[in-house]
Design a protein around this ligand. Structure first.
Ligand code: DQA
Length: 146
């Protein structure tokens, strides 16, 4: 049986492709989903890919991951920098590993993006590799989950 990995996406990531292409590139979220599914097939992982603009929905999906997923790749978008609720949800589902993912290098951007509420609760952080950040997270989850 293959392991299921949740790939969760937060606010405004549904706008990829149109949204600030100089920062995020030209791929849509559907393109990134297709890339994740292809990587999942290669790695022997089942990918459950979702996006929401609502913080509480993301909390609910993290809780759901505790029962259904071996790990989570999580691009929380702007909630990364603000959400105690997402920090607590990641801690609540321990030991399910959650990897924080960003398309852009948040540390090379505005100061308010340098703080992550998610990182202290996450297993690790991958940022700055464009949409390939998601694939790196899937490879990491494959190697750290049994
Ligand atoms: C992002 C970085 C965040 O700071 C921003 O709010 C996003 C996207 C990224 O993938 O680079 O929405 O998470």
């Amino acid at each position: 049986m293959t392991k299921t990995i949740f790939v969760l996406n937060g606010p405004n990531l549904n706008m990829l492709g149109k949204r600030e292409p100089g920062i995020y590139g030209g791929k849509t979220l559907a393109d990134i989903e297709a890339d994740c599914r292809a990587a999942g097939t290669e790695l022997g992982l089942t990918i459950d890919f979702r996006q929401s603009n609502h913080e509480g929905t993301l909390v609910d999906w993290l809780h759901e991951a505790a029962d259904k997923a071996a790990g989570v790749a999580f691009n929380a978008g702007a909630y990364t920098h603000t959400s105690v609720a997402l920090h607590d949800a990641i801690r609540a589902i321990s030991p399910i590993p959650v990897i924080e993912v960003h398309i852009s290098n948040v540390h090379a951007r505005e100061e308010f993006r340098h703080t992550s509420m998610i990182a202290p609760a996450a297993k690790g952080v991958i940022c700055g590799f464009g949409p390939h950040s998601y694939i790196l997270a899937l490879q990491a989850l494959k190697s750290i989950t049994q």
